[in-house]
Design a protein around this ligand. Structure first.
Ligand code: NAD
Length: 503
């Protein structure tokens, strides 16, 4: 079946009305073969502002619905995702080019965060705090924050939105979502499923989810609007630099999930078979288009020749092809611009003395309009500038080191700070890497690669990665406002710090 008709039948079975995806100004192309798969309407400024107004009205009602009932809505949505996992996963594959396993994995991640958020809806705990004054009690309450604006990237078109939206809803917030202009169809599918989840639940007001399809200007409208209480944006560091100052100008709150430049250190005692498998998934998986993709490898000089030879052998065997083909491990890049960025990075690495292995164009029959590349492994003499930048493509730069101190210093010597790994059987080395003087990233792993995080932990990174945290642990606090409350039941009025003040 042609991709356009497959897309159309998937969207219909997910409940999206035909006129929503075949008649708009925003053209959507599949990276699989470069062909048109839909046309979505782009909201204008007035429509975007109206969407924010509807979401704000929804928030005013939703904030008073008991949190466990809010969790019930998320539970219903999770069940619909379970029912439609294959269709939505296939649509993710068609729109992003990620392989079937990863398309399905993305929907599973949504289901997992629904379960997490549903449980959380009964656990939005505050503290009680000892007061210094007699007859007083202090406590913290967590209240809904307001409208959460979510701007998302193409590479996790629905899971990252779900990390935000599921927490926002159980926290009593409403959501305005500006998906990537490259992946609006999966957003329409999520909205259709969410509308079904809301049906039959009287407490769920219209406007809990508003989807604003469009480009950068729409993201800027959300950033500027003071009705957006929490502005959560996922994408490149450049996007963060453009939008964070706009939110700051109105003193708004941000959750920023920006680019990564993730590394792994491989120590002499590492289990090389395990390390090789972990590196393969982390560096080549999702065609190098994960924020947590492994991009830099520091290998101890005593094992570098052996490991790099094993990796080159693996790189040669990676099946590159259509992501709909079940034997494929590496699908296409998102578009030809990404291919050009990969070529430019490899040329720069070569000019800096890098030895490039792989990276060539792969012709895939029937997918001539797609941009397919063999993952590249580049041995670099040093951590040159090109290594310090994130190129959103499957390039792994390998460097040798002689001492762990040197490896950790090089590891941290990049602007980004998202995910990191060490491969070692030596407990002291692992602990040093995880310590305050070790990896400076938001995610630090031992004997697994930097990509493929579970939803139970807080996800995010430091430095140019933006400092935001989403998903598990106590990331929910970013979607609520904290009220510190003091209750005086003493009948007297003692002031804090022993201050006497009275006529
Ligand atoms: P992108 O920055 O091009 O776009 C992301 C979103 O931001 C889109 O919705 C886009 O419309 C908007 N946007 C981009 N530039 C903007 C600007 N100047 N003004 C206003 N809006 C703007 O990113 P992408 O190519 O879709 O995704 C890849 C990037 O996202 C990589 O850098 C990757 O590391 C990062 N990413 C980070 C995380 C994370 O959790 N840290 C997760 C996924 C992707």
């Amino acid at each position: 079946m042609e991709l356009a008709s497959l897309t159309s039948s998937l969207l219909s079975s997910l409940g999206v009305a035909q006129e929503r995806f075949d008649d708009g100004g925003l053209a959507v192309h599949s990276p699989i073969d470069g062909r048109l798969i839909g046309r979505v309407g782009a909201a204008d400024k007035a429509a975007t502002e109206a969407a924010i107004a509807r979401a704000h009205a929804a928030f005013l009602a939703w904030r008073s619905v008991p949190a466990p009932r809010r969790g019930e809505l998320v539970r219903r949505f999770g069940n619909l995702l379970r029912e439609h996992k294959t269709d939505l996963g296939t649509l993710v594959t068609i729109e992003t080019g990620k392989i079937r396993q990863e398309g399905l994995g993305e929907v599973q991640e949504m289901i997992d965060i629904c379960d997490f958020a549903c449980g959380l809806s009964r656990q939005l705990y505050g503290l009680t705090i000892a007061s210094e004054r007699p007859g007083h009690r202090m406590m913290e309450q967590w209240h809904p924050a307001g409208v959460v604006g979510v701007v998302s990237a193409f590479n996790f078109p629905v899971a990252v939105w779900a990390w935000n939206a599921m927490l926002a809803w159980v926290c009593g917030d409403s959501v305005v979502w500006k998906p990537s202009e490259r992946t609006p169809l999966t957003a329409l599918a999520c909205r259709a499923l969410f509308e079904r989840a809301c049906r039959g639940m009287a407490e769920a007001p219209a406007g809990l989810l508003e989807v604003v399809t469009g480009g950068r200007e729409h993201a800027a409208l959300l950033a500027d609007d003071s009705r957006i209480a929490v502005f959560s944006a996922t994408g490149s560091c450049g996007m963060g630099r453009a939008l964070a100052p706009r939110v700051a100008a109105r003193l708004g709150r941000t959750i920023l999930e920006l680019g990564g430049n993730n590394a792994a250190i491989v120590c002499p005692s590492a289990d090389l078979a395990l390390t090789e498998r972990a590196i393969l998934f982390a560096a080549a998986g999702t065609a190098g288009q994960r924020c947590t993709t492994l991009r830099r490898l520091f290998v101890h000089e005593s094992i570098a020749d052996t490991l790099l030879e094993r990796l080159r052998a693996a790189w040669r065997r990676i099946p590159v092809g259509s992501p709909l083909d079940t034997s494929t491990l590496v699908g296409p890049l998102i578009d030809s611009g990404a291919g050009a960025a990969m070529d430019a990075a490899l040329a720069e690495a070569k000019a800096a003395g890098g030895k490039v292995f792989g990276g060539e164009t792969v012709a895939v029959r029937g997918c001539e309009g797609g941009c397919y590349r063999r993952p590249a492994l580049v041995e670099m003499p040093a951590q040159h500038d090109i290594v310090r930048r994130e190129t959103f493509a499957p390039i792994l730069y390998a460097m040798r080191y002689s001492s762990l101190d040197e490896a950790i210093a090089l590891h941290n010597d990049v602007p980004q700070g998202l995910a990191s790994s060490i491969f070692t059987q030596d407990l002291a080395e692992a602990e040093r890497f995880l310590s305050a003087a070790g990896s400076d990233c938001g995610i630090a792993n031992v004997n697994i690669g930097p990509s493929g995080a579970e939803i139970g932990g807080a996800f995010g990174g430091e430095k140019d990665t933006g400092g935001g945290r989403e998903s598990g642990s106590d990331a929910w606090k970013g979607y609520m406002r904290r009220a510190t409350c003091t209750i005086n039941y003493s009948g007297a009025l003692p002031l804090a710090q022993g201050i006497r003040f009275g006529l």
